[in-house]
Design a protein around this ligand. Structure first.
Ligand SMILES: NC(=O)c1ccc[n+]([C@@H]2O[C@H](COP(=O)([O-])OP(=O)(O)OC[C@H]3O[C@@H](n4cnc5c(N)ncnc54)[C@H](O)[C@@H]3O)[C@@H](O)[C@H]2O)c1
Length: 352
């Protein structure tokens, strides 16, 4: 079995998930990491005294090129670091979600990786955990009838940093039914920033697919969750059943014709972490030559929904997809909720 050398750029929470996965997997040998911060490098050294540490990705790539690179910096630098990594003689690349700080950056990254013909991992945890894999299979297999509504409550996190995982999960529930439009309102009263991005204090995001499936997602610093001790709830509502679950927690409740009183499922989790499973699936692709970009593509589709939500809020408009073709319209001089003067044009809403 070939063992692939690996490096990780960014030694924070995301980078450590890759670091731990590379250390325990027999298929990789972690040999180097880079982080801008000396205190983070010191901590990385204490955890892994045998790896080389660098203050920048450029120094690492010049001095210690590896077969696999994990890009785990903040979203605004994913494009630069990934494009620099692609100059190396790689077997595969991992780029953290969100692929970039904008959909354009995500698109540039994905198309550059495809041009190089390299396998790519984008480690959305819900796509590699046992319970969420089962949920996707049940929904796609029709156990809820036709999926009509996905409702998500997400406390303490925002649309771009955690919401992208949830939007990606939604995209994977309805893989043949792309989003048609997005409307969203973000308020910024606390001026919250997270992972190098300005984010909402509270937001509500609404997505409708071409086929009419709805997603409603409530995100922000203080979202009331209607279950004790939970920070996330997902409700998947179909014509003949409902699934409730709690993001990364390995349990779900299924209510349908077969389980009319609701059945709790707690499937045996995989022994390997989602990052390890993503990385090993990537290297399987490198070895077989059968490249599968469905996860990176679904991550890009989710990033488009993220950006569409923020554009919708900033411009008070409905954002139609694909995003590349969307130009925000001028704001109409019309305030819903105000009395109509009887003149000044408009559309007579009684003509139904
Ligand atoms: N897939 C997941 O489950 C998961 C979980 C956590 C974070 N993430 C992702 O990981 C990425 C990083 O987030 P985080 O939570 O680790 O943030 P973090 O603040 O914990 O760590 C980021 C680290 O990257 C370093 N850094 C930033 N820019 C750099 C650069 N250009 N070169 C080298 N080092 C750089 C910072 O100094 C910091 O130590 C984000 O894209 C985030 O969304 C993914």
């Amino acid at each position: 079995m070939q063992v692939y050398t690996a490096s990780v750029i960014g030694g924070g929470m995301g980078g450590r998930l890759s670091m731990n996965a590379l250390v325990v997997s027999p298929r990789f040998r972690l040999i180097a990491m880079a982080d801008l911060r000396a205190d983070v490098r010191k901590h990385l050294y204490e955890m892994n005294p045998n790896i080389k540490l660098y203050a920048s990705h450029k120094d690492l790539f010049a001095d210690c090129p590896t077969d696999v690179v994990c890009v785990s910096t903040f979203p605004p630098s994913h494009r630069e670091v990934t494009l620099d990594a692609l100059k190396l003689n790689l077997a595969g690349i991992l780029c953290e979600k969100p692929l970039g700080d904008t959909a354009a950056a995500g698109r540039a990254i994905l198309s550059a990786v495809k041009m190089r013909g390299l396998p790519m991992a984008v480690p959305h945890g819900l796509l590699k955990l046992k319970h969420s894999e089962e949920i996707i299979a049940r929904v796609r297999g029709g156990e809820l009838g036709e999926l009509e509504l996905v409702e998500i409550e997400c406390n303490k996190w925002d649309i771009i940093n955690a919401g992208i995982h949830w939007l990606n999960f939604f995209v994977n529930l309805v893989p043949d039914d792309p989003a048609a439009w997005v409307m969203s309102l973000s308020e910024s009263s606390t001026r919250t920033y997270r992972d190098g991005m300005q984010v909402e204090t509270t937001a509500v995001t609404y997505v409708q697919t071409v086929g009419g499936v709805r997603l409603v997602m409530h995100t922000g610093d203080a979202v009331q969750i209607r279950r004790a001790n939970k920070d996330f709830i997902f409700r998947l509502v179909g014509t003949r059943g409902v699934i409730e679950f709690y993001a990364f927690e390995g349990v779900y409740l299924l209510t349908n014709q077969q389980y009319p009183n609701g059945q709790v499922f707690t499937p045996e989790p995989y022994s390997a972490s989602p990052h390890q499973r993503h990385l090993e699936a990537m290297i399987d692709q490198a070895e077989s030559g059968k490249l599968d970009y469905s996860i990176p593509e679904s991550s890009l589709a989710a990033l488009e929904l993220v950006e569409a939500a923020y554009i919708s809020s900033a411009h008070r408009c409905k954002v139609t997809l694909p995003l590349e073709q969307f130009v925000p319209p001028a704001e109409p001089q019309w305030l819903p909720g105000q009395p109509y003067s009887g003149s000044g044009g408009g559309r007579d809403g009684r003509k139904l």
